[in-house]
Ligand binder design. Structure first.
Ligand code: AMP
Length: 127
């Protein structure tokens, strides 16, 4: 079920538990502001999730409330993860789902990085 992106942050969401080490995730990258790990249900040959360490529900919440250092750190981490995964030469796609219409399932901001094959049309066609 997609979440309501205006809800308060739920500290028991699955990515908060990953950040606290209560649920395992294979670390791909970690710094003061970001953590990257493989998506458990990959939708492309390479599918990585990058999350901020701070408690933000969505892109909207993050871009409103995070400090400049958190925002710069997170954005740089997304680029670094893709670069270090060797995705730049053939290209990759970033996706951040927000709320009901975005289809966001986990209420902690995450950016999906997809790569490893041509990724097709930007959005599924309706009907
Ligand atoms: P979204 O629909 O944008 O909220 O995407 C949530 C993503 O989190 C999905 O692609 C799931 O496969 C992924 N996911 C859920 N639980 C885990 C987990 N424990 N470890 C890694 N990825 C997960």
């Amino acid at each position: 079920m997609p979440i309501d992106a205006t809800q308060p942050y739920d500290p028991d969401n699955i990515f908060a538990k990953i950040l606290r080490g209560e649920i395992p995730a294979k670390p791909i990258y970690e710094d003061a502001h970001a953590f990257a790990f493989p998506d458990i249900n990959p939708q492309a040959p390479q599918h990585i999730l990058v999350i901020p360490k701070g408690a933000y529900v969505s892109w909207d919440d993050f871009s409103t409330k995070a400090s400049d250092a958190e925002i710069a750190g997170f954005i740089r981490a997304v680029g670094l993860v893709a670069r270090e995964a060797g995705m730049v030469e053939d290209g990759y796609r970033l996706l951040a789902n927000v709320g009901q219409h975005g289809g966001q399932e986990v209420p902690h901001l995450h950016v999906h990085i997809f790569a490893g094959r041509p990724l097709g049309p930007m959005l599924a066609r309706q009907g």
